[in-house]
Design a protein around this ligand. Sequence first.
Ligand SMILES: N[C@@H](CCC(=O)N[C@@H](CS)C(=O)NCC(=O)O)C(=O)O
Length: 211
Amino acid sequence: MDLYFAPLACSLATRITLYETDQTADFICVDRLAGTLEDGSNYHMLNPMGQVPMLRTDTGELLTETAAILQYVADLDEEGRLAPKSGMERYRLQQWLNFITTELHKALFYPQFSPHSNDGAKAFSRELLDTRFDLLEKHLTGRAFLLDRFTVADAYLATVLGWTRPVGIDLDGWPALKDYFSRMRARPAVARAVAEEYALYEAQEERRGAA
Ligand SMILES: N[C@@H](CCC(=O)N[C@@H](CS)C(=O)NCC(=O)O)C(=O)O
């Protein structure tokens, strides 16, 4: 399996999932600004959206979209540790994955980060913050995880919450969410994935600065 990723981007959730389930993959770094891979080839030839994550499965299929990739990788784990196999709990998992993708990742954070954004888009998306974080705060009060155990939805939420500090969102107003984030980041697989990608991020920034 190959995981096309960018350091500290949403693809981090897939790395966490791999580590949590003791699976291996080749990690292929994408320079999203240049749209290239480390060998200089054009990533858009493989993925016309130019986005990460993308997974090349062991059978050669190219799979995009975080929610699909996370479930694919979780389902490879025979013990099914990170995704309920079926039933209402599977739909609950999909509910949270879709919430994180559409309401947090794309609606709230993307306009804050995108080089094509502007002040109006940033202000509009920032207005979405309270309803979404209030909902998470309520759900996570008295709960350890989004479902009844750590799942790929937690891997994704821990990834997205890592973007709060860079965009100036203070979690103090949401104590249960803040506590959840600290607990997720302290998990060995999560801490390992974050530390590795942080080092790669720093190296990438240094190369850009030197160029
Ligand atoms: N719908 C995609 C979105 C993926 C996405 O937005 N990835 C970001 C990194 S977190 C990216 O590659 N952005 C570069 C771009 O949009 O050009 C998914 O859910 O995986």
